[in-house]
Design a protein around this ligand. Sequence first.
Ligand code: 3PG
Ligand code: CO
Length: 554
Amino acid sequence: EAEWALKPTNVIPRGKPFLVCVLDGWGENKIKDEYNAVSSTPTPCYDALSAVQGRFRTVKAHGPAVGLPTWDDMGNSEVGHNALGSGQLIDQGARLVDRAIETEAMFEGDGFKHIAQAFDANTLHVITLLSDGGVHSRLNQSQALVLGAAKRGAKKIRLHVLLDGRDVPDGTSINFLEEANKTMEELKAMGCDACIASGGGRMHITMDRYEAEWEMVKRGYETHILGKAPNTFTDAVEGVKTLRSQQDPKPDDQYVPAFVIVDGEGAPVGKVVDGDAVVLANFRADRMCEMSKALEYEDFSSFEREEWPKMHFAGLMQYDGDLGLPKKTLVDAPSIQRTCSEFLAKNGLRTFACSETQKFGHVTFFWNGNRSGYFDEKLETYVEIPSDVGITFDVAPNMKAEEICAAGVEALKSGKFDHVRINFANPDMVGHTGNLKATKQAVALCDAKVQELVDTVNELGGIYLITADHGNADDMVQRNKKTKEPAKNPETGENLALTSHTLAPVPVLIGGSGLPEGIKFKEGLEDAGLANVTGTIMNLMGYETPEGWEESLI
Ligand code: 3PG
Ligand code: CO
């Protein structure tokens, strides 16, 4: 198959040990004050590597550079790893759904016809992350979906909400619930019986990923589908306010306990019954796969479903290309072809990929264009180090960086692989807790582990590329838009934590004792983004950039 054959370059030797290392959530932010957990933490390794002339630069990791609608859209791990793994600019879920709403294609396809079967006599249930974070979902899209469904005959709609506080500031769940309630009023004005039916924090129910904790999904299933949760309220806004203030410590939006909305008699208003339609209205894949299986698979054993109503189920998008999951979707997912991993496999090159559970799918599933399998199992070794479960990562900010590093070192030394790929999860996962001190610890350990890997590559005469997928740890405080000073909580006077990703560009560092001396980044390419990194990786492994990929940085 000629179209897959990689062409050798004559500049960089092939067959050297090669490492690509993703520092998840490590941005190179212009603002370098005490709230930048990257620049304010001693990082001797990063400092030394980034001081090497011509072997350090940054690339864009947000907005249109990674297929997102606008330059206000921060990057995230899905789009970042899709770009890094494919070398191509791909229109991503957020943008595809916007377009499908604009053109009304969303309401004309198979998926919509499937759910519309419930409109006459049954209920349409929409389960979504309620925020405008734009990482997993966007409020205006779920609003368009329910309004469009009502216009097309849906008579009863129930909204099941996941509270964010992770892609948007903590505490904003109340505003989003109020916004959603306004939409419910609009629906009622159209003659549709509509209300919020259940909910909970996104890190407590429903949105687990990579099978880290099925218990979360079970809680979500019971809450949204069976109408059973430890807390019941008659009003969602009052309910969430109560849950956020009642407990000690007070839960952030992400961790709000599960609740169900009940009527005057105490019966759940949104239990799913035979014949109902259920839509998962997030576009991003990782945190929707498990719930999709729980809703769709007849043969399902990850937890016991007390009841499994016969429903018309659809996802906003397809979440797993390999599994064809879910079967029915409202919008076509991006089709990502000619990925880095497929090229390596087709050319007989051996890959080792490793991270801990929370990011394992990032360097495999996302890297491979949202495919859960292997291209050639004989050539690919994927190692998952189990992440801690049931804790917030600020209490264990090292996460599994030690173990990931050790696995990477071993893989490099083994001589069994042509391409060793790892991801350090902790700058991002700890960054999402908003805890500055813990995030600094994550950054410090990550830096030390990179040093160990770089030392190993140098000992072996190898080559490395170190990069990141998006910013996060590089800004831990919400800021005044103009002055950039920390924004304060008006009541307590304390700084408001920033739990989300940032818009910062990310570093690309190349080197290794096997890299010929003259190899440097090209001048120019000011607008380069993450997709330009992949061709660079191929070059560093001794091959030309495949056709159709973005230009290499060297
Ligand atoms: C999450 O899913 O944890 C956040 O919404 C985004 O983080 P990630 O893109 O780094 O996974
Ligand atoms: Co993140």
